[in-house]
Design a protein around this ligand. Sequence first.
Ligand code: TYD
Length: 211
Amino acid sequence: MRKGLFITFEGSDGSGKSTQLTLLKEYLTNKGIKIITLREPGGVAISEKIRSIILDNRNTEMNPVTEMLLYAASRAQLVSQLIKPSLENGITVICDRFVDSSYVYQGLARGLGMDTVKLVNNIATGNIMPDITFFMDTDPELALKRRFNSSVPDRLENESIKFHRDVYNGYLELIEMYPERIKRINGEIGIDAAFSSIKEYIDALLCRYME
Ligand code: TYD
């Protein structure tokens, strides 16, 4: 049986990832492709519990290494319990964030370094990587404004604007490291226009996948 495709979305908080993810899910489902959608941190019961510790606003004293390990622990459970078995059963997995978030938030913005974060995450994922990753490129200030208008900020969202700028610049660095895998999508040109470019990449990927 053909393996499922592994697709991830990345970007700043409020960059428009979730809207595009929903559109992509609908698009692929209409093509008859079996899909599950997930979010990180979370996705399965144990990982959702870890998520609540990570994002709790009261946990202001959390050490960056603890934070990195908690994200990795949540990911290890999600990969082994759901992502790996789904892909092996031919189900396409679309995930809102994956290791790239750890590379950028913990490795670059928190300053733990890419090497450390990669090492830990390779253990957590067993080296599974997405087939394609969409980076929603939205100015971090605009993204934050969108977020603040829609929900109460969590611990990560409460970080300074400098942190969010570092995250954004971290993503730009990451794109240069993985130009084949990570596709940059302009998140400021409107929902339909952004989805059109995602569709182009996905159609090309499906052509190769079906060969
Ligand atoms: P969430 O509410 O899911 O945010 P979003 O809708 O923007 O994805 O919260 C996830 C937060 O955790 C977000 O601020 C990014 C951060 N994060 C990391 O710092 N490292 C990681 O590995 C992951 C998966 C998320």
